[in-house]
Ligand binder design. Sequence first.
Ligand code: SF4
Ligand code: SF4
Length: 182
Amino acid sequence: MVDAFLASGQNYFDTAWTYMDGESDSVQSRKCLEVAEEFGKKVIVMEPVKGGMLANVPEEASEILAQVEDNLSDFVPLSKAEDMALKKAARVILDKTAIPCTGCSYCVSGCPQRVWIPKYFKLYNEYAAKPDDKWKVQPEYKKMTEGRGAAKDCIGCGACESVCPQHLPIIEHLKKVSEALD
Ligand code: SF4
Ligand code: SF4
């Protein structure tokens, strides 16, 4: 991501910036911000709650986040302890989410196979969190795929990956979905 930003030659950097994106190996927001600062680029910040994903975090992450006081009213910089707590919470969320898709659906309209990518990823995350619930998840998946491409129908064209703001390896993830649910 840093390389793509530098190669683009843009005079601004638009990023999905949350404490989670900062720690993500694919989004690399923290590294990109450092580069933007170094080169004096303007920054446009988007998706502050990651498509709603950060409104409902795992309990373990919630407990860590309780250490970070709301500072929206005065925008004081985070203390070192708060910054460390955010990084730790981000790691927990990333570790506990099999596929960190935000459900933005940018990838859907360009898919020639009409694969319902975010829906399948959401369902797969439920399955990955509780594999014993496969009996519940699989019929739901079958229903979702009626009249659309299933995960197994992906032809690997890459149209979806080129527009995913999270830079997810969608094709690889769909293979996992297919192995589990097709
Ligand atoms: S790579 Fe697969 S899921 Fe992505 S747009 Fe192409 S066919 Fe659809
Ligand atoms: S574009 Fe990426 S983050 Fe958005 S729904 Fe598709 S896979 Fe998920």
